[in-house]
Design a protein around this ligand. Structure first.
Ligand code: TA6
Length: 301
C-alpha cells in the first residue's frame, strides 16, 4: 500500500502521518500531546518513543541499516518464532523471520485521553512457510501515550500445534552504562551467553562491567533501569512473559557489528521481554498467546 493510500485510510490529522522514513521505508510519524513516536512497517518496529517532557526512551544507533530485508538496530525489534539462533538450523536468520518483513496496518485509533493505538499485522505466507512450516497471524498492538504498551499477539491459524520462543528486543536509551543499575532480577538464575554458563544474579541490583548477554528464565519481574546521569528510571513491566534478556555488546562485540556505531554502546541497554530458553510457548490450532511489555519513565529524586 503506498504512502498516500495509507494516509487516506489510517492517518489522523495532526497526530498520525505516514511518510517515507530512513531508507525510504514506510513509517508512521506520531505526534500527540502525550508523546511522539516513530513506527516502521518493516518488522512492525517502533524505533522512537518520547513522552512529552522526557528525552527519547528507545535507543537507535546512528549506523543502523534501514534497508528492505535487513533488521533495524535499535528501538524494539520483534523476535519470532524463535529467539536468538535457530535451535537446530544455523542457516536460518537469528531472531526469527518477521523483524525484516513488511507488516501491514490493521487499524489506528486514538482513545479519549489521547493514547494512540496502532495495530500492525503479519501473517504466514509461502516465504515464511519455507523457513518455518506453520500458519500463524502475529499482531503488534502499540499503545503510545505517557507510557508505551507493546502487546504481541500470536495466533495459531494452522491445523497443527506449534512451539515458539519470542522477544520484544527492547533497546533502552541511557546516558552511560557505567553508571546504570538494573533492579528486579536480584538473586535470579540466568544463562550467561558470554561465559556459556548457568549462574545467579547477586542480591543487589545488576551493574554491568563488560559484555553482558544473559537469559533470565522463569521470571515475571518488572525490571527498573536506574539512570542517575539522566535523572530517571525506566521501568519495564510485563505480562505473558517468563523470560527477560539483558544485553550490552560492550567494546569489542560492538566494533564487530557493521550496523552499530563503535562509540555508542555505552548509551544503550537491552531489557527484553521474552519467552526464551526453556520458557517455550506451545499453541494448539486456534490458540492465541499474548505477551505485553509496559515501559514507563519516572524522575529520580
Ligand atoms: O538479545 C541479545 C542477543 O541475542 C545477543 O546475543 C545479540 O546477538 C543480540 O541479540 C543482537 O542480535 P542481532 O541478530 O540483532 O544482531
Amino acid at each position: 500500500m503506498n504512502i498516500d493510500t495509507l494516509n487516506k485510510q489510517f492517518g489522523i490529522a495532526n497526530v498520525v502521518t505516514f511518510t517515507a522514513g530512513n531508507g525510504d521505508l514506510p513509517c508512521i510519524t506520531l505526534t500527540s500531546k502525550l508523546a511522539n513516536a516513530t513506527i516502521y512497517l518493516q518488522g512492525g518496529h517502533i524505533t522512537h518513543w518520547q513522552p512529552t517532557g522526557e528525552k527519547p526512551v528507545l535507543f537507535m544507533n546512528s549506523k543502523s541499516f534501514f534497508e528492505d530485508g535487513k533488521p533495524i538496530r535499535g528501538g524494539v525489534p520483534i523476535c519470532f518464532p524463535w529467539f536468538g539462533a535457530h535451535p537446530t538450523n544455523e542457516k536460518l536468520p537469528a531472531h526469527g523471520i518477521v523483524r525484516a518483513k513488511q507488516w501491514e496496518v490493521e487499524s489506528i485509533t486514538q482513545d479519549p485521553v489521547g493514547n494512540v493505538i496502532v495495530t500492525l499485522l503479519t501473517k504466514s505466507d509461502q516465504a515464511s512457510y519455507d523457513l518455518w512450516p506453520f500458519k500463524f497471524e502475529l499482531r503488534h498492538i502499540i499503545t503510545v501515550g505517557s507510557t508505551l504498551n507493546l502487546n504481541l499477539q500470536t495466533q495459531n491459524t494452522d491445523d497443527k500445534e506449534f512451539k515458539i520462543t519470542q522477544a520484544l528486543h527492547t533497546y533502552l536509551a541511557i546516558k552511560n552504562i557505567h553508571n546504570v543499575q538494573i533492579a528486579g532480577l536480584e538473586g535470579c538464575p540466568y544463562f550467561d551467553k558470554v561465559a556459556t554458563a548457568n549462574t545467579h544474579a547477586p542480591q543487589s541490583p545488576l551493574h554491568l562491567t563488560g559484555e553482558f548477554d544473559s537469559v533470565f528464565c522463569d521470571t515475571q519481574a518488572t525490571c527498573r533501569v536506574i539512570d542517575p546521569d539522566m535523572g530517571r528510571q525506566i521501568s519495564v513491566a510485563k505480562t505473558g512473559s517468563d523470560s527477560t534478556i539483558v544485553w550490552n555488546p560492550w567494546i569489542s562485540k560492538s566494533a564487530k557489528m557493521q550496523d552499530m556505531a563503535d562509540h555508542e554502546w555505552p548509551q544503550m541497554l537491552c531489557i527484553e521481554t521474552a519467552n526464551a530458553g526453556h520458557n517455550i510457548i506451545t499453541l494448539k490450532p486456534g490458540d492465541q498467546h499474548e505477551m505485553t511489555s509496559m515501559i514507563s519513565v519516572t524522575k529520580l529524586g
